[in-house]
Design a protein around this ligand. Structure first.
Ligand code: 5GP
Ligand code: ZN
Length: 137
């Protein structure tokens, strides 16, 4: 738990939120600035700065809950898909340093654009990258 962390405060009930699911380990609540109707955040109640810092059992459980949320969005809100993502670090757009998973329901022709502009890298560079990431595992 961190005194200044906004999601820790939400987990402790010190800041109100629109909760959709809660148990001893995980809380899921509506994003205050939703990208689509039903945009939900899944967070562990314990504080971890980001996904890379979260122990595997808790991480797995958070994704299990994220799956349930996406299923409920499709079943109950009429969503036709969802984007499930987590930002790691400032460079990736993480603004709240408490691990969270965005579950963003999608609707046909909703106009929402999550941009991943394509880049072309040379074969040599791709091989170097492949080697580096494999080595780091
Ligand atoms: P990030 O950019 O860190 O991946 O996402 C943080 C998300 O938390 C943002 O989408 C933002 O709208 C949401 N958020 C920030 N503060 C609050 C808050 O106090 N309550 C709720 N419900 N959502 C918040
Ligand atoms: Zn926190």
């Amino acid at each position: 738990m961190s005194d200044s962390c906004i999601f820790c405060k939400i987990a402790r009930g010190e800041i109100p939120s629109y909760k959709v699911y809660e148990d001893d380990v995980v809380l899921a609540f509506l994003d205050v600035n939703p990208s689509s109707r039903g945009h939900t955040l899944v967070v562990p109640k314990e504080h971890f700065d980001d996904m890379t810092k979260c122990p595997k059992d808790i991480l797995d459980y958070c994704f299990e809950v994220a799956q349930l949320i996406a299923q409920a969005q499709i079943k109950e809100l009429g969503a036709t898909g969802a984007n499930v993502l987590t930002n790691i670090g400032k460079s990736a757009g993480q603004s709240v340093r408490h691990f969270h998973i965005h579950v963003i329901p999608r609707y046909d022709n909703d106009g929402l654009k999550l941009a991943f502009p394509p880049k072309q890298l040379e074969d040599k560079e791709m091989l170097l990258i492949q080697d580096s990431i494999s080595k780091g595992l």
